[in-house]
Structure formats: C-alpha cells, structure tokens
Design a protein around this ligand. Structure first.
Ligand SMILES: Cc1ncc(COP(=O)(O)O)c(C=O)c1O
Length: 443
C-alpha cells in the first residue's frame, strides 16, 4: 500500500473541494488517512473521535468487518450489472430488506446514488404520479425555509437556504415554501421537542394551499428534523398536522430522511419516531453506512401501482441511473442492515438519548452559547456570532476541535453533532467534555 502520509499542500490544487473554503483548507489541510469504529486517524498519526458519523452517514462506525468483507467479495464476484432491463439478486434482496422494517405501506424502492438524487427522484415520482392518475394540474412542489434537500436543481428549489440558491438562476418554477420551525430568541435550551406551536406552524400550509389551490399542488417535502441548517427540531404535533393537511387535499407528503433514517432518532426512521407515515420516504447516507454511494426512495404501493398500467413491454417510469442498485452498493447495503440488526443500532439511540441530552445541555452557561438543541443522537450548540463576522466563531471551534482530537460540524455559528450509533457513554463524555473546554477558549 502506498504511503499516504505527509501529503503536502503543493499536491492539492486540482481537486476543487465540495462545500469547502478551498484556499483556506489548502493552506492548512486537515487530512484523514484511516478510520476504525469511533475514530479517524489523521495524516500526522493522531486519533480523532468522530462526533459527526462522517457527514451524518457512518451510523455503524468505521470500517466494520461485515461491510468491508461484503464489498470485497462482491467486487470479485459481480462488479457491475446493467441497471436498465437487467437485474442482479442483491438489489432485490436489499429492497426487500428495506421495506421489511420501513414504515408500513412503503413497499417499493427506487435506487439512487446520493441524497440529492433521491430527492430529485422523489420529486419526479410525485409529479409523474399525479399525471398517471389523470390529475396533471398538480405541478407545484412545496418545501420549507431552511430546508436542505441536496444540491441538484429540484433539491435547491424546494430547499430553503439562500446561499445555495442565489447563484443558480430561476431554479424550478411552481415552488413555494412553508416557514421553518425554528424560533430564534425563544424556546432556547429546550430538551427535545418543544410543546407549543406545532399545529399553528403546520397550518401555514393551509395558507399556501389557499393561495395556490390544492388542485395545483403535487407534494410537500420536509426533513422531519432539519439537520444541515443547524438541527431545527419541530414542535410537538407539527408533522402530524402536516400529514392531516396533505391527506385532506390529496397532496403527497415526502419525508427527506437522508440524515434521520437508519436509527438517528432511536427508531429505524423519523417516521417511526413521530408516528407519521409519509407517501414517499427519501434515504441515502446510512443506507450503506456511508461506505459506498447509494440512496433509496421508498414509495407507497398506491403510488407504485398507479404506474403499473398500459402495455407490459413499455417502461413505466422514465427515470433511473447507471448505478441504480449497483451490485457493490447493494452488497454494502445488505451488510450494513445486517450490522444494524445484529447490534441493535436502529434503536440504540433511544437508550443513549437521555445521556446524550444531559451531556449536551451541561454546556449551557459556557461563553457564547445561546442555544442547545437535541433529539435522538443529534445535537446542536448555537453560538453568538462575532459581530460583523458570522460563522467565524463556530469555524474556529471546528478547527480547534480537530486539532484537539474531536470531529464536529458547523453550519453558520451552529455546532452540529451526530456521532456513530455505536458511541459509548465514556466517548460521549469525552466528546462533550473536549468541546466544553474548547468553547471556554473561544474569542
Ligand atoms: C436532508 C438531506 N437531504 C439531502 C441531502 C443530500 O445528500 P447528498 O449529499 O448525498 O447528495 C442531505 C445531505 O446532507 C441531507 O441532509
């Protein structure tokens, strides 16, 4: 194996890095060269405790043997099979395994290669569903302010992050947004979901329906818990009310569970946690433990069956990717689901959540901390921005954390954490204890 250590900044120019301050990074690179279970290894040989499961995806921890072996074996046995008009067994096995623990009624799976592609797929299914049902007037898609649904055109259109939208022209037309679920300056330091305001917030959808008329609206898409914009926990009753309103008006409800899926809230999906079943459920990340790019969109039988008509030799849905259900990704997915099952990881978050919440909220009162939010094994610490220099304080916490030996994530001036679901209580103490000491040193 080649020695990957001591990569010098001179080598770094060709790769235009994603969602990264490239010039800053390349002056002082932060490189991982290895990983095992809860830790990364840096290029200078240090261990870093993973407080973010990579990018919310390595739910079973790193380099897990079953997953590694499955990928190695599959690569040697069947590396690639055409995805269109041909099949291979593992893609079917994985779909069956997925629907076996998905919320009841979500019985069919379309594969993708990422969360962004899963979102595009879900939006296209929703639009096409109404067409095949003869309800072609339903062309509008409703998202939410501060929503993140990946980076493709559909996703940034329904998403609600101005910096991700403003450079890219007109985006999709026929899109509107509900208000986000955050109440800055109110309800700070609430543990879990706040009690009040859920129904009222969800009722904002009724206003949008009244404005556009239900007959023009195809679908509403939300993250059950908005992650990328800083862990915004919905108030109690919010998602139930959204479900009620969408059902009443014949509008499809899409849950983007790219980060909340696969045990993050202590249940297999957030749909289980909140007791609300959407018509379409979008996944990626934890599906393969982040190891091989893969996403899956779960749809109800009602949606699937609506497409299964007309002559049998005709393709029912004109959509798919070269790598949909790729053999190696499918093998990784199957081994990941087995690992989750063997180790009870899809529900372990429920046991750890109170301990996690106590640890997080112990940081209340430290300098600059203006809010702390938590749900399942997700946590956020919001910092007061430095006047005139938003994002700088949290970013400096991130760099110090990396240097001290913990990996956190920041978005704006919010520190977000979502550790692998195998984290121990001692590691929670280490993660939060280290972060606490760093917060005390911040300018
Ligand atoms: C809710 C949600 N949807 C979609 C995506 C996009 O996933 P990907 O980066 O795999 O395209 C993300 C990524 O963080 C996400 O959090």
């Amino acid at each position: 194996m080649s020695d990957r250590r001591n990569v010098t900044p001179n080598d770094l120019s060709a790769f235009w890095m994603p969602f990264t301050a490239n010039r800053q990074f390349k002056k002082a690179p932060r490189m991982f060269v290895g990983a095992k279970d809860m830790h990364y290894t840096t290029s200078d040989g240090r261990k870093v405790l993973d407080g973010t499961a990579g990018l919310w995806c390595v739910n079973a921890g790193h380099c897990r043997p079953k997953i590694v072996e499955a990928i190695q074996e599959q690569a040697a046995e069947l590396d690639y099979a055409p995805a269109f008009q041909m099949g291979h067994p593992k893609a079917f096995e994985l779909a069956n395994a997925l629907v076996s623990f998905a919320p009841q009624g979500l019985d069919h799976v379309l594969y993708t290669n990422s969360g962004s592609e899963s979102v595009e797929t879900a939006l296209k299914v929703a639009l096409a569903y109404h067409k095949v049902k003869g309800d072609a007037g339903r062309f509008r898609l409703i998202g939410r302010e501060r929503g993140y649904h990946g980076v493709n055109f559909g996703g940034i259109s329904v998403g609600g992050i101005v910096t991700n939208r403003k450079m890219f022209g007109t985006l999709l037309t026929g899109v509107d947004h509900m208000p986000h679920t955050h109440t800055p300056g109110k309800n700070q330091f609430t543990r879990g979901e706040r009690e009040a305001g859920g129904e009222d917030l969800a009722s904002e959808l009724e206003r949008i329906v009244t404005l556009h008329d239900a007959s023009t609206i195809a679908a509403v898409i939300v993250e059950p818990v908005a992650g990328s914009t800083g862990v915004l926990i919905p108030p109690k009753g919010y998602l139930k009310k959204l479900r009620e309103i969408t059902k009443k008006h014949g509008i499809l409800l899409i849950f983007d569970e790219v980060i909340t899926g696969f045990g993050r809230l202590g249940t297999p999906f957030a749909a289980d946690y909140f007791g609300v079943t959407p018509d379409i459920l979008v996944t990626a990340k934890g599906l393969t433990n982040g190891v091989i790019p893969m996403g899956a969109v779960l749809v109800s039988s009602e949606i699937h069956d609506a497409f299964m008509q007309g002559p049998e030799h005709v393709i029912e849905f004109m959509h798919g990717y070269t790598y949909s259900g790729n053999p190696i990704a499918s093998a990784a997915g199957l081994a990941t689901l087995e690992t989750y099952k063997d180790e009870g990881l899809l529900t372990r978050g429920a046991e750890l959540a109170p301990y996690w919440a106590d640890a997080l909220h112990s940081l209340k009162g430290l300098p600059h901390v203006i809010d702390i939010r938590n749900l399942g094994l997700i946590g956020a610490i919001e910092l007061e921005p430095i006047a005139g220099q938003p994002t700088k304080r949290a970013f400096s916490a991130f760099v110090k954390a990396f240097e001290t030996g913990i990996l956190i994530r920041t978005t704006g001036d919010i520190i977000a954490m979502s550790p692998p679901l195998i984290i121990s209580k001692a590691q929670i103490d280490e993660l939060i204890g280290t972060l606490g000491s760093i917060l005390k040193t911040l300018e």
